[in-house]
Design a protein around this ligand. Structure first.
Ligand code: ATP
Length: 826
């Protein structure tokens, strides 16, 4: 084990065995016991994985309040007040993530910033259980159990933990999953409609204007705004002066008055975390961009270090200006497009007439031609879902209609339901397993899920009740085999409760992240299943989009798996009707899944769901989020989504070229270039879905959904799907040396020879048509991983250009049957 001291006194360790370790720690002078306990931590870490190593070093840090702890990630660094803190990183973490974490955490330690975090946030104390007068049989016991569950519950955090951390720190009770539940967010409603909004114009010098333009163009959130919008934003900013010691923002404050973005014109400000300076800003710098997006608590207090002049923009003005100017631009663009199209068609007609009948008087030619209504070209591909066709063919569909009718008759009231257990927890209440007796249905005792949503909860957002009604309205309109079935609605003074069809297979999240009996977590599902689930989801989204509905909260928690292994969409709280050709603007969704245009406020259309689908596919394959890193705060996450490519997928994950390609196409930053923007068929006809069963067979569930047990078949499900993977990760440097030894270059490689992974006695080579090797190769001796980083691919390209022979034996190469396009991730 090599150890390298850095200037902070923290240590970094690199294992000789090729496994990456990072372990650093700081502790204060009074290292008594912590709630976790250092030795306990080491012991548990090693129980999880004997190779897991942790080293410690001395350092100083100051005390923390629960508030600062709450705002930070608790995945990598743990402490409780006046007690030791530990930094550790899962050995399964990819190089890139590890590096980024190391830089952030150790870098921050060097800056003497305190990043030390608390393990738990305080339990929720507000009881939000149904009132006793509404209690059905056995409810008392359930209430007690539920109360216990609640007081012991770990409040949902917006961050994911590395698997290693999960397995060490999370106790094994069923409440644990709530610890990982991602919180959804939504911006407050605008006070006046953007159309009616009159953007303010505050006078400014030309010097101030250029300062603001520069600040806008330097800011990840604002830099892509159009010229007109940018001018309006500059106009709207107002000048504020603060004396030395004046407070611009208070830590933890989430009031409307603090929804401001600032550009510092003159002076200096400091950012205080629990009264300790963590950062300063000088003239020309900006801060507070997160407050333009959402009403979130301030991370720090911002205080003027000297008398300062700032330019300020508030959230409502920002959002209204964006919405107004972008909607206008959008409208202008579409009018321009229509005009150009009409002109082109008139000219074409005129040319035709002119050609045919040149002797006719010009006047006649100029007469507006009656435009032939061109039959819209039907895109090639499967037909979109039509509920009527299903009504005719699907027994299950008919049964649902009967059940809905029967409930209206036999379980009209809440009291007619039998409460069985809690199935899940939502933001404003719980989801219960309930049963109703329906005499005309076989069997007569039918089980459902009851989503209880409290109207008077003190934590409830202003717009949340409207959201509940919105969800009900949307679900009432749509009937689809893969969208949760709304059976009935019960309303009282306290809550609005939705009786839903029971989806017994749990959330997709639970299938992606699985804990075995030893507490070890594995993440990711087989590509075969991921492909099936994605195909069904793409079809379901196409249906919603054809109804002009955006879902806006696609994530593994909102995709349930039914008894047959099919994915069902739940939670339509953010679904919104957006007419074709229009945009919507309000920031809604779950941070890890929001598209760049949501963050940048440039208008949302179908692309936001396609982006989220890209993230979900990435997560199903890799078990990780493509943009989120364990110690990120929300602004960093948003910046990564807007500006950076997804993380390279971990090398121990099997992934075909096709899946990497579709992820790339869905995670296009520009929504107009994103797969599915022009037509849902683009998505359904993507090469990754080639060979999928007929959609009508799927919609009527006549196709058996693949299970994890079928995972082996994955590799032969299509000849052109190339796989190369090994579960044992190899250290990159070792692999590179072996390439040098083993590879003999003998000739030219014409096209893409493809073999399945099972045939691992041969090299698997996948090249582009130009003869450059890019992508997959393996041998029994050197189980190389699919290359994931561009530098590494380039390096290998140089080394493995033409035909490859292993240990002197010529490689048997099959003649390719099909030409492969775009074989690797760019
Ligand atoms: N029809 C159902 N069948 C079985 N379980 C369900 C059903 N609907 C919801 N659940 C469970 O309850 C959980 C919460 O439901 P849902 O996501 O609809 O609530 P929510 O209040 O919108 O949650 P959040 O706001 O946290 O996303 C789900 O994640 C799931 O585990």
């Amino acid at each position: 084990m090599k150890k390298k001291n850095d200037s902070s006194g923290s240590e970094r360790s690199v294992g000789d065995d090729g496994i990456k370790y990072v372990a650093g720690a700081v502790r204060n002078e009074n290292p008594t016991r912590s709630s976790i306990g250092r030795s306990n931590l080491v012991e548990r870490a090693r129980a999880f994985d004997p190779k897991f190593d942790i080293s410690f070093s001395e350092g100083k840090f100051s005390t923390h309040t629960a508030e600062s702890a709450r705002r930070s990630s608790w995945a990598n660094l743990f402490r409780s007040e006046k007690e030791p803190a530990f930094l550790f990183v899962s050995p399964t973490l990819s190089d890139q993530r590890r590096k980024s974490m190391e830089e952030r955490i150790l870098g921050n330690m060097r800056d003497e910033q305190n990043l030390l975090l608390s393990r738990r946030t305080p339990p929720k104390t507000v009881p939000r259980l149904p009132k006793h007068n509404r209690v059905g049989p056995n409810m008392k016991a359930l209430l007690d159990a539920s109360e216990h569950r609640r007081t012991n519950a770990v409040k949902p955090v917006h961050l994911r933990m590395t698997n290693a951390v999960k397995s060490i720190f999370v106790d094994k009770s069923p409440i644990n999953k709530y610890a990982f539940k991602l919180k959804k967010v939504c911006a407050p409603k605008l006070k006046v409609s953007a159309e009616a909004f009159q953007p303010p114009v505050n006078p400014k010098t030309s010097w101030q204007r250029s300062l603001l333009h520069k600040a806008i163009n330097d800011n990840f959130l604002l830099k892509n705004t159009h010229k007109k919008t940018e001018e309006a934003l500059v106009d709207a900013m107002e000048t504020v002066t603060v004396p030395k010691g004046g407070i611009l923002a208070k830590q933890g404050d989430s009031s409307e008055q603090e929804d401001n973005f600032y550009v510092l014109q003159e002076g200096k400000v400091e950012f205080l975390l629990d009264n300790q300076r963590v950062k300063t800003a000088k003239a020309g710098e900006s801060f507070g961009e997160e407050r333009l997006l959402l009403r979130v608590p301030n991370e720090t207090t911002v205080k003027a270090m000297e008398s300062s002049i700032l330019l300020r923009l508030n959230q409502y003005d920002f959002r209204s200006i964006m919405e107004k100017t972008i909607a206008e631009e959008w409208e202008e663009e579409s009018q321009r497009g229509k005009k150009e199209q009409a002109e082109a068609s008139t000219q074409q007609q005129a040319r035709k007439v002119h050609k045919k009948d040149t002797h006719k008087p010009i006047k006649k030619i100029q007469k507006p031609m009656k435009q032939k209504t061109k039959k819209e070209k039907k895109p090639k591909g499967p037909e979109l879902f039509d509920p009527k066709s299903l009504e005719k063919h699907s027994m299950e569909f008919k049964r649902q209609v009967e059940i809905r009718r029967s409930i209206k008759k036999h379980a009209k009231n809440w009291d007619d339901l039998e409460f069985i257990s809690v199935l899940g927890e939502g933001q404003f209440g719980e989801v219960w397993l309930v049963a109703a007796i329906l005499p005309n249905i076989d069997p007569s005792r039918q089980e459902f899920a009851l989503k209880i949503q409290n109207k008077n909860d003190e934590e409830i957002r202003d717009d949340a009740v409207a959201e509940i009604y919105q969800e009900i309205n949307v679900l009432k309109q749509i009937h689809h085999p893969f969208i949760v079935n709304l059976v009935n609605v019960y309303e009282s003074e306290e809550s609005i409760d939705m009786l839903l069809g029971l989806i017994p297979g749990g959330e997709l999240w639970d299938q992606i992240h699985v804990e075995d009996e030893h507490g070890k977590w594995t993440s990711g599902i087989s590509e075969r299943r991921a492909r099936f689930i994605s195909y069904v989801l793409a079809d379901t989204l196409a249906f919603l989009h054809s109804r002009e509905l955006l879902f806006r909260d696609l994530k593994p928690e909102n995709i349930m798996i039914d008894k047959d292994g099919y994915p069902i969409l739940i939670d339509f709280g953010f679904a919104k009707k957006v007419p074709k050709g229009s945009l919507t603007f309000t920031f809604c969704g779950t941070p890890n899944y929001v598209a760049p245009e949501i963050i940048q406020n440039t208008g949302q259309s179908v692309g936001v769901d396609h982006w989220a689908l890209g993230v979900v596919i990435y997560e199903m394959i890799s078990g990780e989020n493509p943009f989120f890193c364990d110690d990120m705060c929300q602004v960093e996450l948003y910046e990564t989504i807007v500006s950076e490519a997804p993380y390279a997928m971990r090398d121990d994950k099997a992934a075909s070229n096709q899946v990497l390609n579709i992820i790339d196409k869905l995670l296009q930053k520009n929504p107009k270039k994103r797969l599915g923007y022009d037509s849902p068929m683009e998505l359904l006809l993507d090469p990754w879905f080639k060979g999928m069963p007929d959609l009508n067979e799927i919609r009527t569930k006549r196709v058996k959904a693949p299970t994890e047990e079928d995972a082996d078949q994955t590799l032969s499900f299509e000849e052109e799907n190339t796989f190369a993977s090994s579960k044992e990760a190899e250290d990159m440097t070792l692999v590179e040396e072996k390439i040098e030894e083993d590879v003999v270059v003998v000739g030219e490689l014409p096209l893409s020879p493809v073999k399945t992974m099972k045939d691992s006695s041969k090299w698997i080579i996948n090249s582009t048509s130009k003869g450059k090797l890019k992508g997959y190769y393996m041998s029994p001796k050197t189980p190389l991983q699919r290359t994931t980083s561009r530098e590494r691919r380039d390096l290998l390209n140089k080394k493995l250009v033409d035909v490859i022979s292993l240990d002197g034996n010529a490689v048997e190469i099959d003649k390719p049957t099909k030409k492969h396009t775009n074989a690797t991730k760019k």
